[in-house]
Design a protein around this ligand. Structure first.
Ligand SMILES: Nc1ncnc2c1ncn2[C@@H]1O[C@H](COP(=O)(O)OP(=O)(O)OP(=O)(O)O)[C@@H](O)[C@H]1O
Ligand SMILES: [Mg+2]
Length: 510
């Protein structure tokens, strides 16, 4: 709840007149909400998110369990709530109401699809997430350069795969210009991409690419939009989640201008269940989070981590979190007792109580709070009862979520995927053309071969016929000669007998 440009967070338990505030001007100094399970962390996060929204500051929340989503619905009344409203003295200003919410989801189920292109992620980031060696990263850089020079856009994973295969198939052409492109490296990169497919990478990579400035919007009534990233499924896809977070942080740096110390933040992030962010996170992500937390303050962005124990957060990050809300911690084991001691030591002590003991005796919805005051000095820790949210302290109904998505300002922009012509389409097109040309050449060769064979057969046939005709003629000639010889000999014989008969008759007459 807002009061005089400050977020009214709760009331001191030791001095019921004393309100506990977080000044908007210090909200970009980041923060931590910690506490054991069920102590009120998510509710505190909602109370803060609502206050930022009311101040016209857009908020981004990760909804890991689904219970943050209720922020789009108005809260439910109860006796307990009525008592709290009176206790906090907010009867005149408090009203159960929904907050302007835009749901997002890297898988497009629980909200509008957030996508980005592989080329936006770039070879360096991709290599770090895929754990590539330096040599493989070098090859990936070559692949991106070739794509760039040939106007082949790498938008999604199939584009990247097509480019890798293309560079591998034509490596002799590229080696002289860019250096060695070992097929083994290409093979390793292709294999490293497989888990991304399994994690639904084809949904996250593509167009229309998300514009991070869409998170910085205010609703018509002037309240900042609450952007809820539905992470219930995503959290089980650590690589995609890590890529998204790295990309998001890099984008924020690129897109947002330096603003120094603004009156109120431009955007505030809350990472609920932040231990999931840090445990088993790739080194690249840890380094980037550390760098982002240090540098993003001057861009007017506040980051708040919500987790069970402060020890879930790496020390360099923890050191940057100035606004702290510590809910109850249990201390049964020596390790837990140590965690309580460490948590207590981070607060500026209050002479009214022992911080360490207080942490263990806080009730649900109560917390130790210490924020920076308007001058940037950490306030003395206060044992406080935290305000109650105006929106629903439970998951949103499916109907409310659908309604929020239907009336969202970005649905038209992101709900329909676009598969524009990129490396995959162009390279498959080229391959199809080449295969077509090869097929035509083969057909032509076969046609020529068949033609030659036909001609040869015709020649042979002609030759055969000529030979047969000659043979026939020879046989004919032979037969004619024989006939002639026979007639001749007959003639000779007949002539001989005639002659001898004639001679005999002449002789007789003599
Ligand atoms: N400030 C508050 N005002 C009213 N009720 C509260 C408040 N804080 C917590 N509660 C009650 O306590 C319940 C648990 O709170 P919440 O879900 O915030 O705990 P949590 O610390 O986030 O738990 P977990 O670690 O399991 O996520 C809420 O559902 C609500 O009923
Ligand atoms: Mg919670």
């Amino acid at each position: 709840m807002l009061e005089d440009g400050k977020i009214y967070l709760g009331l001191s338990k030791d001095d019921p007149e004393k309100k506990v505030f977080l000044p908007l001007s210090q909200a970009n100094r980041h923060g931590l909400i910690a506490g054991a399970s069920g102590t009120g962390k998510t509710v505190t996060m909602k109370v803060m998110a609502e206050s930022f929204s009311a101040a016209g500051v857009p908020v981004f929340l990760c909804d890991v369990k689904g219970d943050v989503s209720g922020i789009c619905e108005k809260g439910k009344d109860s006796d307990g709530m009525q008592r709290r409203i009176d206790r906090f003295g907010i009867r005149d200003t408090f009203s159960y109401r929904p907050y302007p919410t835009v749901f997002y989801d890297l898988y497009g189920k629980g909200g509008h699809q957030i996508r980005t292109t592989v080329s936006d992620i770039g070879p360096a980031l991709l290599s770090r997430i895929l754990d590539l060696t330096d040599v493989q990263e070098g090859v990936l850089e070559i692949v991106f350069r070739v794509a760039d020079e040939q106007g082949l856009k790498i938008l999604d994973l199939k584009d990247l795969r097509a480019m890798l295969t293309y560079v591998s198939d034509h490596r002799d052409e590229f080696t002289s210009t860019y250096g060695n492109v070992a097929p083994q490296s290409i093979g390793a990169i292709l294999r490293a991409l497989l888990p991304l497919d399994k994690e639904g990478g084809e949904l996250f990579f593509g167009e229309p690419a998300f514009d991070i400035l869409d998170w910085i919007r205010t609703a018509e009534d002037g309240r900042g939009y609450i952007n809820v990233l539905h992470c219930v499924e995503t959290i089980r896809s650590p690589r995609i989640y890590a890529i998204f977070l790295l990309w998001m942080m890099a984008e924020l740096f690129e897109v947002l201008p330096e603003v120094g110390d603004p009156d109120k933040p431009k955007l505030v992030f809350f990472f609920d269940e932040a231990h999931l962010l840090f445990s088993d996170a790739p080194k690249a992500l840890l380094a980037k989070i550390e760098q982002t937390v240090k540098l993003i303050r001057s861009k007017g962005v506040g980051i708040y981590f919500v987790t069970q124990s402060p020890s879930d957060i790496p020390d360099p990050v923890l050191a940057q979190l100035s606004n702290r809300v510590q809910h109850a911690l249990r201390a049964y084991t020596p390790a837990e007792q140590k965690a309580v001691r460490t948590a207590a030591q981070t607060f500026r002590p209050n002479p009214a109580f022992s911080t360490e003991e207080a942490i263990m005796t806080l009730g649900t919805g109560e917390a130790l709070v210490s924020c920076l005051d308007e001058k940037g000095v950490p306030s003395v820790v206060e044992r406080s009862a935290i305000l109650c949210p105006e929106s629903l302290m439970a998951p949103a109904s499916a109907t409310a979520r659908r309604a929020a998505m239907l009336h969202s300002p970005v649905g038209d922009k992101y709900d329909t995927p676009v598969d524009s012509e990129s490396a995959y389409e162009i390279l498959t097109g080229r391959a199809a053309e080449a295969a077509d040309a090869a097929e035509k050449e083969k057909e032509e060769n076969e046609r020529k071969k068949a033609e030659a064979a036909e001609k040869a057969a015709e020649e042979k046939e002609k030759e055969k016929k000529e030979k047969e005709a000659e043979k026939k003629k020879k046989a004919e000639d032979k037969r004619a000669e024989k006939r002639r010889d026979k007639i001749e000999s007959q003639l000779i014989r007949t002539g001989g007998s005639l002659l001898s008969r004639g001679l005999l008759s002449i002789l007789k007459k003599l």
